[in-house]
Write a protein that binds this ligand. Sequence first.
Ligand SMILES: Nc1ncnc2c1ncn2[C@@H]1O[C@H](COP(=O)(O)OP(=O)(O)O)[C@@H](O)[C@H]1O
Ligand SMILES: [Mg+2]
Length: 251
Amino acid sequence: MSTIIEFRNIKKAYEDKVILDNFNLSVTKGDFVTIVGSSGCGKTTILKMINGLIEPTEGEILINNENIIGKDMIQLRRNIGYAIQGSVLFPHMTIDQNISYVPNLLNKSDKQRTKAAVSKWMQIVGLDEEMKERYPDELSGGQQQRVGIARALAASPEILLMDEPFGSVDEITRNQLQIELRRIYEKTKITVLFVTHDISEALKLGTKVIVMDKGVIQQYASPQEILNNPATEFVKQLVNNQLLACQPVNL
Ligand SMILES: Nc1ncnc2c1ncn2[C@@H]1O[C@H](COP(=O)(O)OP(=O)(O)O)[C@@H](O)[C@H]1O
Ligand SMILES: [Mg+2]
């Protein structure tokens, strides 16, 4: 399989504070990569460098073998969906208008095509058609999150970036969204980069898992490999804590 995203010797520093140094990463097209690590280790920085919201201090980022630094980011972002935690929907637009925002820009003259795309994605993420005319504040948090995912996918991007997208919803809704996201992935085989601070979520969703600590990749492997052969003490601790959390409590 071909490489879709590549970081080459990336450095990111804010004045003398170094966040990433000599950072290398290669993502294979069609993988669902989860990135897990403690708060502040650089996860969001990595995602935002892929869609040009943050520029590296040094190094190259290649998407489909093309260095994106200094490129037209508007063009680039059309090919990259981005979903983040909490509602980022336009509050004054209906659900329909929110989801059709990007498709409308792409197929200006073909309204029918946009309409079909909105229906299709609403159905895929599990939203009733009758919600189309509602406004974001007339939906629950979980439903708003689904709209966010539908909106990110409606432009049919090649890459989907998700930054702790299920961080603010309750446990049951999170479970449902995880299952649906995995189903969407199986169906579309889109390349996904999904950031979380929750190791169980990372192991459950990813075909590949990146464990990070303080800007350094500790391990980049399949969930099975991470569980069976943790590469460093940090990974071992993380996995053990996760296994402990799954043990029944003896009262
Ligand atoms: N604009 C900024 N100026 C200075 N430091 C920043 C800035 N943005 C992020 N950082 C720092 O970079 C580090 C990594 O941030 P981030 O990638 O958001 O972490 P994560 O998403 O893993 O929690 C943190 O220590 C954060 O404080
Ligand atoms: Mg973050």
